[in-house]
Design a protein around this ligand. Structure first.
Ligand code: MTE
Ligand code: HPA
Ligand code: MOS
Length: 770
């Protein structure tokens, strides 16, 4: 089945926040962000700004009617700065005006004086000063100290990954409309209607039943709107609440890039030990997460870094410590993979470092250490592993031996172009790591004409979840898809929802839709059974008819609905699903946090132009564990998109803050994202059907985030291509591998042993400043 949004998307008819028709009298907001990354506000002068014609009101923290607090996990983030700012772009004042232009003109006239304080942008500096968001977390398995004794080879190093701008096509925004008796309706581009509602109510000081948050769809979220949509909704709501007028604020691209948090940059130290057969015996790692100036979702992201720090490998002795470091950058936030990719990059870097020193291909070490069913992850859960199945199928299906041969042949016959290949196996845990969040709900109505309305807690952001929800309802009722409509995601229809995140949206809400529809279907079958005096067990719903003992009966779906209505049988149902079996003890750092894991293996091939340092990704070929895909078209799209987004993070996208904490890569002219030319020339996706898991909806495993991590393969493929040109090249394990860094690496000299330790800390920022 096609994505139900394809038609309106391609015709430009799909409705996003900016397409919601405006009510007469609507005012427009714009926020004034701090120009300084750390300091005390000594004066704020609004007088010139207030003189701009059309300006209605300029709000500061003093106008907040409830609490000046939007921190999700930790209450450490004011909505509007009071006496102190701690990142560039931190909202200080909110202008409300009759036009968009007046609001933005007024922002430019606001004057602020700030007594500057030292600015920290590097997580290791923050760590050295003891500036941590939360106490460190530690995952342990076995005993690394003892295990080093048995290791034949031990390697240490440093690995870094930079942040990533979400670049959802639709920027952040909200539109708040006052209702009677101080109530509010808010249209918001949020992944988490409940969080947006709760944050707004806290800021306004009103009860949650006073505020409805309604989400039609998002033009992408990628995690960037899991927590960070709340501020804009709260600002609009505050202004609407005070002025009793509708207020809209949709950020322009540069505001959005400057003011919102991104994927967390990480800097990490690793130590890896192997026996003489290349079995990894021990792994130690310290992660320094650049959290930015407030907690946001950083503690949860940090946790997932630990959960994925051994990727898909079984390592019997692990000691992993993670620090969430407070810096003067905008608070970093969820981004597809949620800290998992950062953890996985480091173990892959450690394996590559070992492989290069041992003179073997990294894939040899990777393959030997893939986990098997029954192997324990450092957090205590036992694997139900598809790692070997995916790996073996990928090597076989894509004829790896001939790919390697071709690559060698190409490299031996070409001087100025070199190819590199890399394998990237993945293993990603499905469930919110915070067990409590694993719940979903649905509200299903069947109308008297037989048409069906489905509301869930799921937010459609391009990932196709609404199509999947529709498929569930149509399947259970045995009716055509066009009889089912997915409604917007409203807190008044489905309450207390978890964010659409963690790739779990279709599982959680799909199970709830299944339960609600099954409940209604059972009532309907009873109606039919009573009417025909036959046992209910002989009745099924299929092809818009009832079937009796698998024979199509003349009674249509519509007739059955009317019969039920006349008999006063309820045609509505609300259902609640909570993932069973999962649990986690944060004190012991052990448990069973994930409903299941998703596996896969990608083979990436790249070609570098060794004169220019430019490159192309020739091919990414993947065997991916889909379970039983509910919608191969949508799932293929998720894999393709995830891979390209992952390649972007690993190769082109270079986020640069200067030492003053100012974003330099603040527009699409200075921040390069993958385009049609940079996507892999060949992208093959092979479906590994696995049927083991019934915690996924219809056994279709979650697909949203895992493919992003295939992109890590592009980084290591580039590294191999550089080594083919210059075997002694010194290449810091620091992503992204931009064309500039590739060029420098191609012509780099090997390090002298005494330089090794220092040189490795060269960050992408320093490289760039050089
Ligand atoms: N795909 C599109 N087109 N747009 C998005 O914003 N977000 C990703 C992924 N795929 C995203 C996307 C992220 S970060 C997550 S967690 C999942 O989709 C969320 O949706 P799901 O739970 O339905 O997979
Ligand atoms: N994944 C994504 N988003 C989240 C999670 C998670 O595990 N926990 C809280 N928000
Ligand atoms: Mo996705 S980072 O869990 O929104």
């Amino acid at each position: 089945m096609k994505n139900i949004d394809s038609r309106t998307h391609t015709r430009g008819e799909s409705v996003y926040l900016d397409d919601v028709p405006l009510i007469q009298g609507t005012l427009f907001g714009a926020s004034f962000g701090s120009p300084i990354a750390n300091g005390h506000i000594t004066s704020l002068d609004l007088s010139e700004a207030e003189k701009i014609p059309g300006v209605v009101r300029i709000l500061t923290y003093k106008d907040i009617t409830g609490q000046n607090q939007i921190g999700g996990i930790i209450p450490d983030e004011p909505l509007l700065a009071e006496h102190h700012v701690d990142f560039c772009g931190m909202p200080v004042a909110f202008v409300v005006a009759e036009t968009y232009e007046a609001a933005h003109a007024a922002v430019k006239k606001i004057k602020v004086e700030i007594d500057p304080l030292p600015i920290i942008t590097d997580p290791r500096d923050a760590h050295a000063l003891g500036q941590l968001i939360v106490p460190p977390r530690t995952h342990r398995l076995g005993d690394t100290e003892a295990a080093w004794q048995s290791c034949e080879y031990i390697f240490e190093g440093l690995a870094e990954t930079n942040g990533q701008e979400h670049l959802y096509i639709e920027t952040q925004g909200a539109y708040a409309i006052p209702q009677e008796n101080n109530a509010l309706k808010i249209y918001s581009s949020t992944q988490s209607p409940r969080a947006t509602q709760a944050a707004t109510c806290k800021v306004l000081g009103v009860a949650m039943h006073q505020v409805e948050v309604d989400v039609i769809r998002l033009g992408g979220g990628f995690g960037g709107k899991e927590d960070q949509a709340n501020a804009w909704a709260a600002l609009c709501a505050l202004a609407a609440h005070i002025l009793k007028k509708p207020v809209k604020y949709a950020l322009d691209r540069m505001e959005d890039m400057a003011m919102t948090g991104k994927r967390h940059p990480y800097s990490s130290d690793f130590k890896i030990g192997l026996d003489k057969h290349f079995k990894i015996l021990a792994y130690e790692v310290q992660f320094y997460q650049n959290a930015g100036a407030a907690a946001d979702l950083s503690p949860a992201v940090l946790e997932r870094t630990l959960f994925h720090c051994t990727n898909t490998y079984f390592i019997p002795n692990v000691h992993a410590v993670a620090y969430s470091c407070k810096t003067n950058l905008p608070p970093n936030t969820a981004f597809r993979g949620f800290g998992g990719p950062q953890g996985m990059f480091v173990i892959e870097a450690a394996i590559v470092k070992a492989a290069e020193n041992l003179g073997v291909d990294a894939s040899v070490i990777q393959q030997i250490n893939l986990n098997k069913t029954g192997d324990e992850f450092p957090y205590g859960q036992k694997a139900v592993s598809e790692a070997h199945a995916c790996w073996d199928k990928a090597m076989d299906r894509f004829n790896i031996e001939s790919v390697i041969k071709e690559t060698h042949y190409f490299n031996s016959t070409n001087k100025l172009y070199k190819k590199g290949i890399a394998m990237m196996p993945i293993c990603f845990g499905i469930s919110f790591t915070n067990t409590m969040m694993n719940q979903g709900r649905a509200l299903v109505h069947v109308y008297t004409d037989g048409s069906v309305s489905v509301s869930t807690g799921a937010v459609e952001m391009g990932q196709g979840v609404n199509t999947k929800m529709l498929q569930v309802a149509a399947y259970v009722f045995g009716i055509d898809a066009d009889k089912v409509k997915l409604q917007s995601t409203s807190t008044s229809r489905v309450a207390n929802t978890s964010p659409s995140a963690a790739s779990a949206t279709a599982d959680l809400n799909g199970k709830a839709v299944f339960m609600a529809c099954t409940e209604i279907a059972n009532r309907l079958k009873q109606v039919a059974a009573d009417e025909m005096h036959i046992p209910i067990a002989s009745i099924t719903l299929k092809d818009n008819h009832i079937h009796v003992s698998d024979q199509k009966h003349e009674m249509t779906w519509e007739r059955l609905i009317m019969s039920a209505f006349f008999k006063r049988v309820s045609l509505s149902e609300h259902a609640h699903y909570a993932t069973p079996e999962i649990h986690y003890d944060k004190l012991k750092e052990k448990g069973h946090p994930f409903a299941y894991h998703v596996y896969g293996t990608a083979i990436t091939q790249v070609t570098i132009d060794c004169l220019r340092g430019t490159y192309q990704v020739d091919a990414v070929k993947v065997v991916h564990d889909f379970g039983v895909s509910m919608n191969p078209l949508i799932d293929r799209g998720q894999i393709e998109g995830g891979i390209v987004q992952g390649i972007g993070w690993m190769t082109l996208e270079e986020l640069i803050y200067d030492k003053e904490g100012k974003l330099k890569s603040n527009a699409l002219s200075t921040y390069k994202v993958p385009d049609i030319y940079s996507v892999p020339k060949v992208l093959e996706i092979d479906f590994l059907e696995t049927t083991a898991d019934n915690l996924a909806i219809f056994r279709s495993k979650a697909v949203g985030e895992p493919p992003l991590m295939y992109g890590i393969g592009a980084y290591f493929a580039l590294r191999n291509a550089i080594k083919a040109f210059n075997p002694d090249a010194h290449i810091p394990l620091s992503a992204p591998m931009t064309p500039e860094k590739t060029l420098m690496a191609l012509y780099s000299k090997p390090l002298k042993p005494d330089q090794e330790k220092n040189e490795e800390t060269t960050s992408s920022l320093e490289v760039n400043q050089r």
